[in-house]
Design a protein around this ligand. Structure first.
Ligand code: AMP
Length: 115
């Protein structure tokens, strides 16, 4: 499902600045403005899907590509001891920006369960 333009569409369109660490024709990765870990990068699709529960079967390769990009960015960021990939979905999932994004968090010991 396509969404209303969000702040992430404005980052894709270079209307507002971001610290971009990776880009290809399908995805963009940039540093989170309020990092929750020493490394906190968001991987987003250029196609605006509002939340992961609205993805379609045809979006599965795009989601797989986002995970692949996350692994490559993690390697570039030297997260050799591990990291966490997170997607928050909807209100109770803690989602605040309705353009899907994969959080890459690393550089410290993660706790479980998350809050
Ligand atoms: P979520 O709560 O899962 O929807 O995550 C949204 C994330 O986007 C949060 O971690 C915010 O800190 C981050 N964020 C919001 N605006 C910006 C921005 N302009 N540049 C970078 N990160 C942002």
């Amino acid at each position: 499902m396509n969404s209303e333009p969000t702040i992430f569409s404005r980052i894709i369109n270079r209307e507002i600045p971001a610290d971009i660490v990776f880009e290809d024709d399908k995805v963009l990765a940039f540093r989170d403005i309020h990092p929750a870990a020493p490394v906190h990068i968001l991987i987003i699709p250029k196609e605006p899907i509002d939340q992961i529960s609205h993805m379609k079967a045809e979006n599965a390769p795009l989601l797989g590509h986002m995970v692949w990009v996350a692994t490559q960015v993690a390697e570039k960021e030297s997260l050799n001891n591990g990291y966490r990939l997170v997607m928050n979905n909807g209100n109770e999932g803690g989602q605040s920006v309705y353009h899907i994004h994969l959080h890459l968090l690393g550089g410290r010991q993660m706790a479980w369960p998350p809050g």
